[in-house]
Design a protein around this ligand. Structure first.
Ligand SMILES: NC(=O)c1ccc[n+]([C@@H]2O[C@H](COP(=O)([O-])OP(=O)(O)OC[C@H]3O[C@@H](n4cnc5c(N)ncnc54)[C@H](OP(=O)(O)O)[C@@H]3O)[C@@H](O)[C@H]2O)c1
Length: 314
């Protein structure tokens, strides 16, 4: 098992963490609660201590599934690192909006503690920047919750450099959670260097590009109603076929190393300087176990060059 520490929070995490958005069902075509709970149990039983969730994932369901799994296994709360978020609210029709106002955050924290059946959160993160709340106000309430010991580390997600700068003038910032995978490298220009320079741990989300890099999709793959991948151009038509051709090339590179393409893709993320953790999304048993094979090895420079060439050729 490969471990890292979340910046100067001192919190020890597994370098691959379980991502639980999919098991909540929202934007993933619905939830299978039994399978979701089993996926959490499988992660814990295989030594993955670190779990990322959010209230928005199934509008509370993902957090509840984590609590159920912990209870079913009877593991000590302190043996796990639970990362959750705040700042995305929803109504009964499933509409969501951003709200990182201090009053809402205090309320959200209490609701998450209840659903997770715990009295502290290891890592609390703002899910998305809220254009209607000054960042300083959100940072201030995070500092207060951190000083009170209710949250052990402070993080933001989907923030740019300017937003992190404003935050850091008011409160500590231990982590950033941005999207990052072989196809989506937007953070490489400014955000990742900034995190490296300022000692902010990076938890990369969608490292498998929402399953595209898991290696099981074909040009015939379709998505059920309510699965937002159905509307994404990367998963449609010619672009989808081109992306799948790249995945086929990556499979060959992975096979020579005795690895699956998913393991290669996540290893590539973990090997990028500044990346602390990759959040591997799983929503049914059998998926997260594969993540173990992404740890405790590294890509060679030749392999990295071959991977780049696969993208350049496409
Ligand atoms: N902060 C944010 O705004 C944000 C946004 C996105 C994600 N995240 C976090 O990052 C986590 C990971 O990202 P993600 O869930 O978007 O996507 P991901 O990790 O890139 O991909 C997850 C999907 O890959 C497929 N998969 C995983 N393991 C597999 C296996 N062994 N065999 C076959 N297929 C496999 C599954 O798709 P199928 O179930 O369709 O087979 C799974 O749902 C999330 O769960 C969440 O915790 C955060």
């Amino acid at each position: 098992m490969e471990y890292a520490v979340l910046a100067d929070s001192g919190i020890k995490v597994t370098r691959v963490a379980l991502g639980t958005w999919g098991m909540g069902g929202w934007l993933w075509g619905g939830a299978d609660e039994v399978a979701g709970q089993q996926a959490v149990e499988e992660a814990i039983q295989n030594g993955i201590t670190t779990i990322d969730t959010a209230p928005a994932y199934g509008f509370g369901l993902s957090e509840r599934l984590i609590a159920r799994a912990i209870k079913a296994l009877g593991v000590a709360r302190e043996s796990l690192v639970i990362a959750t978020k705040c700042g995305l609210s929803w109504d009964d029709s499933g509409n969501t909006w951003r709200d990182s106002s201090p009053a809402r955050i205090r309320q959200e924290l209490e609701e998450s503690l209840k659903r997770l059946e715990t009295d502290y959160i290891d890592l609390y993160q703002v899910h998305w920047p809220d254009p209607n709340t000054p960042i300083e106000q959100t940072a201030e309430v995070f500092r207060e919750l951190w000083e009170a010991g209710k949250i052990k580390a402070i993080g933001v997600s989907n923030y740019n450099v300017e937003q992190m700068e404003r935050w850091r003038k008011v409160a500590p910032l231990h982590t950033l959670q941005p999207p990052y995978n072989l196809f989506d490298r937007g953070i490489e220009a400014e955000i990742l260097p900034y995190a490296r320079e300022h000692g902010i741990a990076v938890l990369a989300y969608s490292p498998l590009k929402r399953g595209l890099l898991a290696g099981h999709m074909t040009p015939q793959t379709t998505f059920p109603p309510g699965d937002s991948r159905a509307e994404k151009p990367e998963f449609q038509g010619e672009r989808f076929r081109r992306n799948l051709a790249i995945v086929e090339r990556l499979k060959e590179i992975a096979a020579r190393r005795g690895k699956s393409v998913a393991q290669l893709a996540v290893r590539w993320v973990l090997d990028q300087p500044g990346v602390t953790v990759a959040l591997w999304g799983a929503r049914r048993p059998g998926q997260i176990k594969e993540a173990l094979g992404a740890m405790d090895w590294s890509l060679t420079e030749d392999e990295k060059a071959e991977i780049e060439a696969a993208f350049a050729q496409a």
